[in-house]
Design a binder for this molecule. Sequence first.
Ligand SMILES: Nc1ncnc2c1ncn2[C@@H]1O[C@H](COP(=O)(O)OP(=O)(O)OP(=O)(O)O)[C@@H](O)[C@H]1O
Ligand SMILES: O=C(O)[C@H](O)[C@@H](O)[C@H](O)[C@H](O)CO
Length: 178
Amino acid sequence: MEVSQPASNTPKLLIVMGVSGSGKSTIAEHLATALNAIFLDADDYHPQNNIDKMSRGDALTDDDRWPWLKTFGETMAEQTTVCVGACSALKRVYRTRLTESAKEPILFVYLDGDKALLMERMSGRKDHFMPTTLLESQLATLETPDADEYAISVDINGSPEVIISRIKQQIEELNNDK
Ligand SMILES: Nc1ncnc2c1ncn2[C@@H]1O[C@H](COP(=O)(O)OP(=O)(O)OP(=O)(O)O)[C@@H](O)[C@H]1O
Ligand SMILES: O=C(O)[C@H](O)[C@@H](O)[C@H](O)[C@H](O)CO
């Protein structure tokens, strides 16, 4: 993966979002490398209760997610350089809460894939706490970013390298539209 200095117009905070299995952790880590940025995974900020709940096959509720989103948004805001987070951010209100906690704009990078591909990628993992049975509720909870949100949408078909180049291209186009 080619590492480059972030362009001066790269947003300071980016969150790679989407349902389980969409590749958030994988893509956010690659994107952080490509932008010479810090990578933070929201999964590392879940309280144990949340992990236990998902491991049992029970979906999180809003009340389970609020404190976790607050902590994660604040942690992103503490970073002094460009920071790429991986976080499901499934609902619009969650994205608003993350942005409020960070006290600055966050560019959301939505990973868009169909159910069959998501299931294939989830099933291919070993030793992950998230059961594939939760994919249905993840998709039911998902509110894809609206046109008026600060967000881009990226097709997850293809290798991580291809997806990173799509993301970089879309960030450039956002900047050209300013
Ligand atoms: N572009 C890709 N091509 C092929 N495999 C991929 C790609 N992106 C991710 N994967 C694989 O798909 C699986 C799911 O990816 P990953 O764990 O990054 O998703 P996630 O959205 O972070 O999931 P979760 O929210 O459940 O933690 C992993 O095994 C990962 O290696
Ligand atoms: O909002 C949620 O339902 C959770 O954050 C999940 O998305 C998990 O964290 C993740 O997908 C599993 O790793």
